[in-house]
Design a protein around this ligand. Sequence first.
Ligand code: ATP
Length: 324
Amino acid sequence: MADTYRWTSDPVLTVEHLTMRFGGLMAINDLSFQVGRGDITALIGPNGAGKTTVFNCVTGFYKPTEGRITLRRGRGISDAALGELTKSGRQSLKADGGELFLLERMSDFRITHTAGVARTFQNIRLFGGMTVFENLLVAQHNKLMLASGFTFGGLIGLPSYRRAKEKAQDLAVDWLRRTDLLDRADDPAADLSYGDQRRLEIARAMCTHPELLCLDEPAAGLNPRESAELNELLRSIRDQDGVSILLIEHDMGVVMEISDHIVVLDYGKKISDGTPETVRNDPSVIAAYLGVDDEEVEAVGEHLEQGNIDAAIKEAAVDKGASR
Ligand SMILES: Nc1ncnc2c1ncn2[C@@H]1O[C@H](COP(=O)(O)OP(=O)(O)OP(=O)(O)O)[C@@H](O)[C@H]1O
């Protein structure tokens, strides 16, 4: 019944045979997975598994060594259209009432502003000296430039520019409200607490109207209250805004609670892919996290079959101690 899952029936992102080499190091090795439209998808795996490298390939920071990365705006775009686009050498194609983008052919700027993929970073990257509000306006700079006709139209107050500016301000206020930052609007972004800065980064990404929001460790460094607020925010982005989310996260509490779909990497390869329930009970995932050898995976699996997760983890941990 695989077709009941959105990641197979209606993928927004399709990664096929992705490979990324850094000199002699194979960071990603023939990786394929899909992200369902309207799903929260988590990319997890031990340190160094290749998660950030996948993000960097999807968002255009790295050019993959091999592979195809397709973003679909709109449902039901045919495989024939994808074949046509691939052969054409172009970056995008309007087809079947939607649009297809081959991200591995695009610059990071076009991936954000044309294909609609927004991201946040493991290390927060805000404009610390600007106010919270200004950070959200800068995110919409591209739209405002377009409205000014790329001239001094903004300065002389072209009506199209004025309207675009008002819309940008309204959107910024809306996101300040939703992220509970309205009363901090005039403060420099650098003065916010860590948790507030993380939410501001998400608000900034949302101001670009993304189709897909990529979040690199959004819960890192948050206290339990902030973490619960983040879960709420991400759910509302999925449910109210219909935006698909792909996140890297080490906090398994967050991952298991909010994800519709989990993809697990180890040493640049996919070792598990499915619902939180499937992944939680997959012996190879526990083995990867605890760094057990192949022979021990079977013993871990036997405990899991008997529904004894604690014993499985203990078995996996016997000789190894901790994760790598
Ligand atoms: N620019 C680069 N140059 C060389 N090696 C790199 C580069 N970026 C990543 N790597 C290597 O690729 C592998 C995967 O790294 P990556 O950062 O993608 O893992 P990760 O799963 O995100 O790890 P973590 O959970 O610790 O953030 C690692 O061995 C890393 O050292």
